[in-house]
Unconditional design. Structure first.
Length: 430
C-alpha cells in the first residue's frame, strides 16, 4: 500500500517539479535501487518482464529505479529526460484475463521508453491494448492489482489510472496526491472508454471496487497527503516532500503498533493482518528546467534513512548484490535493515534523537546540491560519493550505538510480529 504526490513549479519554492513516493511492500520484500543505462537494441529484440516476453524498442533511456528484488519493474523512478513516476495498486471490478503486463512493469517500461508524460501514456495505452494487465503482484500471495500512476515531466504532471485494458488521465493543476483508490471520475482529460450519450463517462464509478481501498486506508492517506501539500502550497520544497514521506500523523503519542488499518503515509508494519507492510524504499525527483536531481534512500523506513543524491550520467555507489527475501550478505538494503529494526523496537525514544541528525545532514546536502546540480560530471560524481559516505557513516554510528543495548520490544503483539519476520529473514538481533 503506497502513496505518491507531486507539486508543480507554480507552487514550489524553487520552481521545481517535485514528485515523491514511499514504496510500501511486504516487510521482508527487499528493495533494490539501481541505475539502468540507456541502450540501443537490435531489430527484433525481446525483453522478459515479470510475466510476459514483449518486444524491446530500438532505444531505451537511462533510468533510476527502486524495485522489489523479484519483479522486473519498479515502484518509483525517474529517467534522463525528466520523467518521474510513482505507482499505486488500485482495485477494479475487472476480471483478470491471464498474465499481462503488471502495473510495476508498466512504470519501468514508461520510464525506459518515454521522453514526456504524454509519451508515457501512449506507451501504457499500447501495452494495455496488446497485453492487458494480469498476473500475481504479491511476493507471498497471489493477488492481481490494476495500476494508478502520477507521471511528471519538466513542464507538468498527470494522473494515469488503469483497469484491465482501459485507462484514463487527468492533468494536474498545482499539486495532487494518489493512494490505493481511483480518483478520476468524469473529470478525465483523455480515456480509452467511449463517452456516454449526453455526458462524460465516470471512470472511477465504472471500474472501481471501493471496498479494498477503504480496507487499506486509502481515503485517509490521500486526505492526509493532499491536506499537507495544501498547507504548504507556494513554499513546497525538498524538505516538505521528505517530511511528508515521514509523516505518521499529528498525534503526539504515535506508536507503530497503533491501528488495525494502514492509514499513515510513513508506513510501519503492525501486528494486524492488514498491516504486514512497511515503507521499504523512498525517492524524490527534483526537476527544474534541464536540471534533475534524484534523491533516494535505497533503504526501508524513510524516518530512519538518509535521502542521498543521484545524477544522470553519474554512477551510483556500490550497493552490493541484489537483496533477496532473507538477509543477503553485502546487500545495502539488508545492511540498513539492522538499524531500521532496532529503531522500530523503541521508536518514539530513538527517532526523537536520530531524526534531527538525519535532517541536519540532509539539509547540508540539499543546500550544496543547488550549486552542484549545474556543475560538470566530475563534480557531481565527487558530491555523490561524499554524500553517500557521510550518510553511511551516520547510520553505522547509530547502529553501533543501538547494538550496545539489548534488542527488546515492550509491546507483546508487536514483539511477536517482529520475531516472526526476523526469523523468516534469518536476521538475528540480540
Amino acid at each position: 500500500m503506497c502513496d505518491t504526490f507531486v507539486a508543480l513549479a507554480s507552487v514550489t519554492r524553487t520552481g521545481s517539479v517535485l514528485l515523491a513516493k514511499n514504496a510500501d511492500t511486504e516487510v521482508n520484500e527487499a528493495q533494490h535501487l539501481l541505475k539502468i543505462a540507456s541502450r540501443d537494441w537490435p531489430e527484433g529484440a525481446q525483453v522478459r518482464v515479470t510475466h510476459r516476453v514483449i518486444p524491446q524498442p530500438r532505444r531505451t533511456h537511462e533510468v533510476f529505479l527502486d524495485k522489489s528484488f523479484w519483479l522486473y519493474g519498479g515502484e518509483i523512478g525517474a529517467n534522463e529526460h525528466g520523467v518521474a513516476i510513482g505507482n499505486e495498486a488500485v482495485f477494479s471490478n475487472r476480471t483478470s484475463e491471464g498474465d499481462g503486463v503488471v502495473l510495476i512493469d508498466l512504470l519501468r517500461l514508461m520510464l525506459e521508453r518515454a521522453t514526456t508524460r504524454h509519451e508515457a501514456v501512449e506507451v501504457t495505452a499500447a501495452l494495455l491494448k496488446t497485453y492487458g494487465q494480469g498476473g500475481n503482484c504479491e511476493l507471498r500471495g497471489n493477488s492481481h492489482f490494476d495500476g494508478s500512476f502520477i507521471v511528471a515531466d519538466k513542464t507538468g504532471a498527470l494522473v494515469l489510472e488503469t483497469a484491465g485494458r482501459d485507462w484514463a488521465t487527468r492533468e494536474v493543476a498545482e499539486f495532487t496526491s494518489i493512494s490505493n483508490a481511483y480518483t478520476i471520475g468524469a473529470d478525465w482529460t483523455a480515456t480509452s472508454m467511449p463517452g456516454e450519450v449526453g455526458g462524460k463517462v465516470d471512470f472511477a464509478s465504472m471500474v472501481g471496487d471501493p471496498a479494498p481501498s477503504i480496507a487499506c486506508g486509502a481515503p485517509e492517506r490521500r486526505s492526509a497527503s493532499y491536506t499537507y501539500l495544501q498547507r504548504h502550497k507556494g513554499a513546497i520544497d525538498l524538505r516538505t516532500m521528505t517530511d511528508l514521506l515521514r509523516h505518521t500523523g499529528d498525534e503526539g503519542d504515535y506508536h507503530p503498533a497503533m491501528g488495525e488499518r494502514p492509514t499513515r503515509i510513513c508506513m510501519h508494519a503492525g501486528p494486524y493482518a492488514g498491516r504486514f507492510w512497511q515503507a521499504t524504499g523512498s525517492l524524490v525527483s527534483d526537476v527544474r528546467g534541464g536540471s534533475s536531481v534524484v534523491w533516494a534512500t535505497g533503504t526501508s523506513g524513510p524516518d530512519c534513512s538518509v535521502f542521498k543524491p543521484m545524477f544522470f550520467g553519474v554512477p551510483i555507489p556500490e550497493l552490493g548484490p541484489s537483496p533477496r527475501e532473507s538477509d543477503t550478505p553485502g546487500a545495502y538494503w539488508w545492511t540498513h535493515e539492522r538499524l531500521h529494526r532496532r529503531v522500530m523496537a523503541d521508536y518514539a525514544v530513538i527517532i526523537r534523537d536520530l531524526r534531527p541528525e538525519i535532517e541536519a545532514l540532509e539539509a547540508s546536502f540539499f543546500q550544496q546540491a543547488e550549486t552542484v546540480r549545474h556543475d560538470d560530471i566530475a563534480t557531481k560524481a565527487a558530491f555523490v560519493t561524499e554524500c553517500w559516505h557521510a550518510a553511511d557513516t551516520l547510520e553505522s554510528r547509530w547502529l553501533a550505538k543501538l547494538s550496545n543495548r539489548p534488542y527488546h520490544i515492550a509491546h507483546e503483539d508487536y514483539a511477536s510480529m517482529w520475531r516472526q519476520f526476523n526469523a523468516a529473514a534469518a536476521l538475528e538481533l540480540t
